[in-house]
Write a protein that binds this ligand. Structure first.
Ligand code: LMR
Length: 394
């Protein structure tokens, strides 16, 4: 009977929504789920998205089915964004549209059972909480590797490389392409080179989660990781998302890109993705993908979108710098937050401190003390910094 079902555990990120809604303080600050907010605290629809939606409403003549691969123009524009149009990686890759980055991850994980049967998936500690759920749902065996030291705010690079020596050619290495979630700490160019070499030696397959392209330094700079891996290695799998860089969260726009040794191999892999997608969602929703394709294919709109993205990135970097500045006198040295990139700052607070922040200061973040920096603005950052400083010893 359904009445026998035990209540499931609340999702560590989505579960925060209710706590925030229940907080009646007029000063409450939401640093929970990863969405970009502007200075006024709104989650805006980009002007370029609005323009493309108007174009779509006027020109779309049919809503007939597309295919399990989704929107072809979107898929091609995604490969161009990832690798540059006409590059070797562009030519030897294939993309399938998916419902959000989560859909792309799940499709890719189902594909692993075909591409690397019996292989293990090496997952960074910490990582996005949903990775574990997705891998479990896809029936993948997980091996955790050390990635980031919450206590010091540094990458555990040497320990990570030591752990990666255990990779075999049957295995898969899950990586965050940029703006690691939750730590905001990424390997530098040398680090990526070392990771690529380890993968080259072991023959393991890199599976890159690229949900924040354009939020660290820029579109080209942030694509360095996937470009390097595609250049150095025969095969790469990339799950990318347009939730953040196009602010299309609820429209669920993502893509799974497979880079093979050559175009024929990628076509073979692509053919395997079709029945997997058919069993998961049959065909992905078109609206958001059609919007992205139109923006990326229209020179003027694409330039405007790059500007809108740069504005989001710049605002995040500005409030991050302000947070670090206002934390200068805190009992703990928070300078490390200044080196983290993208939406998130992992503060390294205890669960008690996080609870006190929420209950006494009305500042909401995940239980692991991951703060969405984009939830800050020049009006609240000093108060939030003072609150964080006051709970740093708990
Ligand atoms: C996050 O990490 O907050 C975002 O990726 C949103 C989500 O679905 O968890």
């Amino acid at each position: 009977m359904f009445s026998d079902l035990a209540a499931p555990k609340a999702d560590p990120i989505l579960g925060l929504t209710k706590l925030f809604a229940d907080d009646t303080s007029p000063d409450k600050v939401d640093l929970g789920i990863g969405v970009y907010k502007d200075e006024a605290g709104e989650v805006p629809v980009l002007a370029t998205v609005k323009a493309a939606e108007r174009w779509l409403a006027e020109t779309q003549t049919s809503k007939r089915y597309l295919s399990s691969a989704g929107n072809d123009a979107f898929n091609s524009a995604t490969r161009a964004l990832l690798f540059g149009a006409g590059t070797d990686a562009f030519t030897r890759s294939r993309t399938v549209q998916a419902p959000g980055g989560t859909g792309a991850l799940r499709l890719g994980m189902d594909f692993l059972r075909v591409a690397r049967p019996g292989g293990r998936v090496f997952v960074p500690t910490p990582t996005w909480t949903n990775h574990g759920h997705l891998l479990a749902a896809a029936g993948c065996e997980i091996v955790h590797y050390p990635y980031y030291d919450v206590a010091t705010g540094n990458l555990r690079f040497d320990e990570m490389m030591e752990a990666l020596r255990g990779l075999t050619e049957k295995d898969v290495l899950l990586l965050h392409g940029c703006c690691h979630n939750p730590s905001g700490a990424d390997p530098d160019a040398e680090g990526w080179k070392a990771i690529a070499e380890t993968l080259e030696r072991s023959g393991a397959l890199p599976f890159v989660d690229l949900a924040y392209l354009g939020f660290a330094e820029g579109l080209e700079e942030d694509a360095h990781s996937v470009r390097l891996l595609a250049q150095r290695l025969p095969e790469v799998v990339i799950a990318s998302s347009y939730s953040k860089n196009f602010a299309l969260y609820r429209d669920r726009v993502g893509a799974l890109t497979i880079v093979g040794t050559n175009a024929a191999d990628s076509d073979r892999a692509h053919a395997h993705l079709m029945p997997l997608a058919r069993a998961l969602w049959s065909m992905p929703p078109d609206h958001g993908a059609a919007v992205v394709a139109h923006v990326l294919q229209d020179k003027a709109l694409a330039a405007d979108w790059r500007r809108e993205l740069a504005e989001m990135r710049t605002r995040i970097n500005t409030v991050r710098a302000a947070l670090v500045k206002h934390l200068a006198g805190a009992p703990r040295d928070y300078a490390f937050l200044g080196h983290q990139r993208g939406m998130f700052a992992l503060l390294g607070l205890s669960p008690d401190a996080v609870r006190t922040l929420r209950e006494e200061h009305h500042v909401h973040m995940t239980g692991t003390s991951r703060a969405n920096v984009a939830g800050l603005n020049m009006a609240n950052v000093e108060r939030v910094a003072t609150a964080i400083a006051s709970v740093s010893d708990l």
